[in-house]
Design a protein around this ligand. Sequence first.
Ligand SMILES: Cc1cc2nc3c(=O)[nH]c(=O)nc-3n(C[C@H](O)[C@H](O)[C@H](O)COP(=O)(O)O)c2cc1C
Length: 192
Amino acid sequence: MSKRIVFVHGGPRKHGNTRAVTALTMQAARQAGADVAEIDAIGLDFKVPGCIGCHKCQQTEVFECAIGDELARKVATLAEYDVVVLATPLYWWSYTAQLKMFVDRMYSLCKFSEDGIRTVMGGKTLALIATAGGPMKDNLEVLESQLRNPSLMIGCSFASCLFPDTTAEAGELVNDSSVVEKAQAFGRQLAS
Ligand SMILES: Cc1cc2nc3c(=O)[nH]c(=O)nc-3n(C[C@H](O)[C@H](O)[C@H](O)COP(=O)(O)O)c2cc1C
């Protein structure tokens, strides 16, 4: 059966390098037979930014944020996919604020209790595509572990495709054939 993959765009620059490499990964995944969908985390409407810690999502059997805005509804759709890919440039050694709002709302996809964690994310792959301006050592490794650790905690496998030391102008990173090869190989990996 085809893999259902959703790419969540966290890069504010529509013509930036993160979206350019992510487009190559999406195209390769499609060519490898995956059903590919996209969520643009930058333009989502919200009543309040991110999670407000009300814990209402923990008091129902529904796996959806109780705030009930577009951000909540989009996050709830992650349950439909086999693979969730977060794509972001590195901002201050982390992911963008817009993507952070999205990821924090993913709390609603889990029920935390003394008995453990019940989640609609279990068994999925959570993946990261990231670009960084470098050249600080390990800058993307810090981001990678920020996402790998919670992924494993909620029963997801984790995969990443990282582009440190991106000095290319916006959108021009994909003029490098080794970048193209790496982005496409990741798409095939996610689809397999
Ligand atoms: C607000 C901001 C913060 C950034 N912080 C970092 C950083 O901590 N480390 C780094 O290597 N690059 C940093 N960068 C550079 C971007 O991660 C890098 O240029 C990235 O490839 C841009 O992706 P884009 O073309 O998709 O926007 C930052 C850029 C901005 C605008």
